[in-house]
Design a protein around this ligand. Sequence first.
Ligand code: SF4
Length: 358
Amino acid sequence: MSTVDSILQIKNLKTHFPVKSGVFNRVVGQVRAVDGIDLNVHRGEVLGLVGESGCGKTTLGKSILQLVQPTSGSVHYRSASDSLESSAESGVPVDFIDLCALTTRELMPYRQKLQIVFQDPHSSLNPAFTIFGSLEDPLRQCGISTRAERRKRVGDLLEAVNLRREYMDRYPTEFSGGQRQRIGIARALSVNPELIVCDEAVSALDVSIQAQVLQLLKDLRRERNLTYLFITHDLSVSEYICDRVAVMYLGKIVELGDAETLYRNPQHPYTRALLSAIPVADLKRKTRRIVLKGDVPSPVNPPSGCTFHPRCPEAVERCKTEAPSLRTNVQNRHPHSVACHLIDCSALQSESKLPRNN
Ligand code: SF4
């Protein structure tokens, strides 16, 4: 994929949090929540970020949006607004802005373009404000100065998420969880974003409501040419909505590929274990459950070599000392990347080299 198709280019991004101890509050270690991520997000796609709780998905999403300060690395963003046409006409190369290098004031215009929808619809709205009160503030900051205009925009936004205009004068407690999540999506849309980080956006909802909200996200993406970074621990949800999926383990990406290929033929032992835990009704697709040993190790003191080796059913001696890099088979029509010593990426086609469990 050429750089022209990218909305974000993330290079060697690390977000470490200091661990302090003792009377002098000395730094005695680092929580390596995000530990060297390289990732391109393509404009208009839904990129899933999956993995067990505590693998660093949410910290990566917040680091991209600069809601937490990355320790090192870069997040280059390119807006569509002053983009390809004008750049191509003027012959000026398309430039990406490194969000990590900007001051808080310089970040302000980019914050409008990069929004987030949080997991908990109950706590993401202020119960003291009506829905209009919650949604009008970002509109005012966008320069919509008259109250009448803001009321019209809030009404339009509510209709865009399949809610009635008159709901704007109600309080959050008067809505169900699904309705509140729709309002959260409306708030993210209010500033005309290009990319939305959906952080476990449907995890707190009932299954039937999940399906409605996922369909809404799909429709809005098509209508508004949005890009989603879709963070979830639920692999059946990511299979439904994502174009590509990145699997994270202890702050690193261990497998990345287009969703159909990755779900049909997972390569990394961790991905295969995660997928084996999805309940499937179709007996032909059913695989034997792979139960991983132990818990996710502490990111303060990750294991040597491949950090997955203490739990990996395929681990060999080399895995204990040598960390595998994320290698990509660019020859494939849909590039597929895997970080495992046992996978020969140049030979990645349709069948895994690892023994099958079904
Ligand atoms: Fe398992 Fe070794 Fe591959 Fe890591 S490198 S996933 S420990 S086989």
